[in-house]
Design a protein around this ligand. Structure first.
Ligand SMILES: [Zn+2]
Length: 460
């Protein structure tokens, strides 16, 4: 299953360790739910109940909006099927409209009928869980939380976020970009590009008029920031005591090497994002036209799943030349954009720093053992961290951690699982016994995920 959530792990992590108990608790709970979801596929058959009647031959999206009513069972009760009038619930109606506008971009501009190119039904659930600080695509449907009400509002409010998550579905059905390192950052980049293009097309904004922000509508008043990300100025979207500072680079010189966030997929996406912004503003006019078509040609064309930045840049240059002619304004703008962000001359980089794992037989963990727990990844790429000593934990949790630190489970889990778009990674490190691992949410047992959740939200 592919899960794509919109709030980056580094944001949720910062929030969880902030000194404001309300948002911190909610963020920790969101992290925990995200983790538990990795093991919960929608029951077989649940999708068939959600699929609208056969409308083959009709052109248009096939949307069904469900309401989880604060619970965690998917997909929940149907509240609006295709053709139904508005419900009056803003979340349900925003989801319905956002799915429709995303479908329209792909169908009307890029000739693709839904995510799979074959009219795949679009299913969404709103009011998922309590004060849930995220939105994600789980490979089968969209899921939206209501936000905590202090930092984040309801997650249906950002059209570009809906477009971002659905673009993960397109990528999954086409290029299949591996969600790690540079190919993972490209997977994120492609979702930001088509997410922002859904919004720009809906608002009928040219490249010069657009704000190039991702998730601007999610942040509530009082948060020191404009959005989750800025494609025009990566690294400047927010700088907030609770959320931390936007970590995105805009140039290969500042490429971030990290094992967090699947190798910084939500961080280094700032570099290709800036390249797209530069190309689009240089070409001028609506960005969903020439720039979007060039990127569409690459995503739907002959591209390998482990594509790196330099290869992707070359593919966009080739696509621009094929569509508009070599030496055309469009092709020249694309060439120049990648040079400006240092990709075409940079060449290498991007593999995440390897986890050290365990190098020697573990020593017993005593109560002075210092533990560092992180959660990274998520749609905003934000980090949550908790540092403590085992002795500070309630005895059952200390015992559970002791067993994890001394046993083979975490190093084994670290080698398992395919990273999923916008899903979280948990990092556990300790000096004595020596351990430094990153474990994908998708392989983490539920009890362990709950242990991590409790620990991340503990008052420091
Ligand atoms: Zn994403």
């Amino acid at each position: 299953m592919t899960r794509c959530s919109i709030v980056p792990p580094h944001v949720l992590a910062a929030l969880a360790r902030s000194d404001q108990p309300g948002p911190a608790l909610v963020a920790a709970r969101t992290l925990a739910i995200d983790a538990s979801l990795r093991h919960e596929r929608p029951p077989v058959g649940s999708r068939t109940t959600a699929v609208p009647p056969d409308r083959s031959g009709e052109a248009g999206p096939r949307r069904t909006i469900h309401d989880a009513r604060g619970g965690e069972d998917l997909p929940g009760d149907v509240v609006r099927a295709e053709g139904d009038p508005p419900t009056g619930d803003p979340a349900a109606d925003e989801a319905h409209d956002g799915l429709g506008l995303t479908w329209q971009l792909w169908a009307q501009e890029y000739g693709r009928d839904s995510l799979d190119g074959a009219g795949m039904p679009l299913i969404a659930t709103v009011h998922y869980a309590e004060q849930y600080d995220n939105a994600f695509w789980n490979g089968e449907q969209m899921v939206f939380g209501d936000g905590d009400g202090e930092t984040f509002g309801r997650f249906t409010a950002s059209l570009d976020v809906i477009g971002h998550e659905l673009a993960h579905g397109v990528t999954e059905h086409t290029a299949g970009l591996l969600y790690r390192g540079q190919s993972g950052a490209l997977n994120e980049h492609v979702s930001d590009v088509f997410g922002v293009l859904v919004k720009q097309r809906h608002l009928d904004q040219s490249a010069d008029e657009a704000d190039w922000l991702i998730g601007a509508e999610l942040l509530l008043p009082g948060v020191q920031g404009r959005a989750l990300r800025s494609m025009a100025a990566p690294g400047t979207a927010y700088d907030d005591p609770r959320l931390g500072r936007d970590p995105q680079p805009a140039h290969m010189d500042d490429f971030v090497r990290t094992s967090d966030d699947n190798g910084g997929v939500h961080i280094n996406s700032g570099i290709p994002n800036k390249a797209f912004h530069l190309a689009a503003t240089a070409i001028g006019g609506p960005a969903w036209q020439a720039p979007g078509l060039i990127w569409r040609d690459v995503l739907l064309g002959d591209i390998s799943a482990d594509c790196d930045f330099a290869t992707f840049a070359a593919l966009t240059v080739a696509a621009a030349g094929a569509r508009y002619g070599e030496g055309s304004t469009q092709a020249a703008a694309v060439v120049d954009a990648w040079q400006q962000v240092g990709v075409t001359s940079a060449g290498e980089g991007g593999a995440p720093a390897p986890s050290q794992k365990r190098t020697a037989p573990p020593e017993p963990a005593d109560e002075d053992a210092a533990l560092r727990l992180t959660r990274t990844g998520g749609v905003g790429g934000m980090t949550r961290t908790r540092e403590l000593r085992l002795g500070e934990l309630p005895p059952p949790d200390a015992r559970a951690f002791r067993s994890l630190l001394e046993g083979p489970q975490l190093p084994r889990l670290a080698d398992e699982g395919t990273p999923r778009p916008d899903a979280f990674c948990y990092g556990v490190s300790c000096e004595r016994p020596a351990l430094d691992v990153q474990v994908a949410e998708s392989v983490l047992p539920r009890a362990t995920r709950r242990l991590f959740e409790r620990t991340l939200r503990r008052e420091g």
